[in-house]
Design a protein around this ligand. Structure first.
Ligand SMILES: Nc1ncnc2c1ncn2[C@@H]1O[C@H](COP(=O)(O)OP(=O)(O)OP(=O)(O)O)[C@@H](O)[C@H]1O
Length: 378
């Protein structure tokens, strides 16, 4: 995993930028308690984003991420709660008067306006005279590498260009809060790489609070100072990207960062995994690197799992029988999904797929190397 992009705001550069937020005044960032109801679904979250901080909002499909962003932007109403931005109550302001810039996944540029008019639109609505707004818009377009495209219509732009214009449009209103909803999701892999590094630069220069929804672990690691994970409308984990990646607390986070995660009970270096309710089999016993006591999370990477066709006489660590559920190429390794007393991911070399006849339904012996098993308190 990459190192955190910036230092946490309370002890780093972000805190130092507090005084220079657009619009003047002392900037303290965002604090929000949001209760939102949408039909049968309910979001109930409380969090803060410091000025100059970039917080990633992650969670499975339907977790409520977009709802959180829309509530902050004023596009859905609060059932209860409060939104405070630089000490001011945001939810009392009409949508168009909120100092908020939004970049949606599909950009939502106005199709009938030129690129420069799209970017000038926000400042114009805020009362900036037309010429000045166009000049400012041209400046923002230059900063995102889109000078020379001002007269183009959105339909003439590539996905990457449209994304840059959308970012320029969001920043042109000089927001105190920047909301980005999967800003890179619609881009192909190469464009995403290029736009990600541009976005990283702009986020580093942005003095306000930024909240970025993403499904991509790389975006989360590269772009964000801190992550908030929501599931079913509630916050389930929060922390620096490296901390979340190292110590996942839910299956979603574990899958996101590519680790096998279980719960168990530790007694010194021995951990008994919780029995699987599904198979009814007693929990396996693993050996962990560090000693612990009581309820713990247990993680190990897919590379720690070894597969064998026949029962090995001298396997290191615990051994169990598993059934192959799926096989998928991932870079130069092959990821194997296994069922059995443990649902587990194993990474093997492509040659092992043939050697072990790994195909759905095949039975194999699995073992895990204790040196790679980590435990931490629940
Ligand atoms: N306009 C709407 N009216 C009623 N319910 C909605 C509406 N939009 C979303 N929902 C419901 O709210 C819940 C959360 O949706 P939301 O889009 O916030 O999730 P999400 O975490 O952003 O998901 P995804 O990652 O799939 O975009 C879902 O169960 C969804 O069905």
């Amino acid at each position: 995993m990459a190192a955190d992009r910036k230092t946490a705001p309370e002890d780093g550069a972000a805190a130092g930028r507090r005084a220079s937020v657009p619009g003047g005044g002392e900037s303290t960032g965002l604090t929000a308690r949001l209760e939102v109801r949408r039909d049968g679904f309910r979001v109930d979250v409380e969090f803060a984003v410091g000025a100059g901080e970039v917080v990633g909002l992650l969670g499975p499909n339907g977790a409520g991420k977009t709802t959180v962003l829309r509530a902050l932007a004023g596009l859905v109403g609060l059932e209860a709660g409060r939104i405070e931005l630089d000490g001011e109550r945001l939810e009392r302001r009409p949508v168009e008067k909120r100092p908020v810039g939004v970049v949606f996944q599909d950009y939502l540029l106005f199709p009938h306006l030129s690129v420069v008019e799209n970017v000038a639109f926000g400042p114009r609505c805020g009362g900036t005279p037309a010429r000045e707004a166009r000049r400012a818009a041209a400046g923002w377009l230059a900063r995102v590498g889109m000078d020379g495209h001002g007269k183009a219509k959105p339909r003439e732009l590539s996905g990457g260009q449209a994304q840059r214009v959308a970012l320029a449009r969001a920043l042109a209103v000089e927001p105190k809060l920047l909301l980005l909803d999967e800003p890179l999701a619609a881009l192909d892999a190469r464009t995403r790489l290029e736009i990600r590094s541009g976005l990283r630069r702009h986020l580093a220069d942005f003095a306000g609070a930024a909240l970025l929804v993403t499904h991509d672990p790389l975006d989360a690691m590269v772009l964000c100072d801190r992550l908030i994970v929501i599931e079913s409308g509630r916050i389930v984990q929060e922390g620096a990207p490296s901390e979340v990646a190292r110590h996942p607390r839910t299956d979603y986070v574990a899958r996101l960062v590519g680790l096998n995660l279980y719960r168990g009970t530790a007694c010194g270096h021995h951990v008994t995994l919780a029995a699987t309710a599904r198979t009814g089999e007693p929990g396996l016993e693993l050996k962990a690197t560090a000693a612990a006591e009581g309820e713990v999370f247990v993680v190990f990477p897919p590379t720690a799992v070894t597969l064998h066709r026949e029962r090995p006489a001298d396997a290191a660590g615990v051994l169990w029988r598993a059934v192959v559920e799926g096989v998928e190429q991932q870079g130069d390794r092959v990821r194997v999904q296994l069922d059995g007393p443990l649902r587990v991911l194993a990474d093997v070399a492509p040659v092992e797929v043939a050697q072990l006849a790994l195909e759905p339904g095949a039975e194999v012996w699995s073992s895990v190397e204790g040196a790679e098993v980590r435990v931490y308190p629940v």
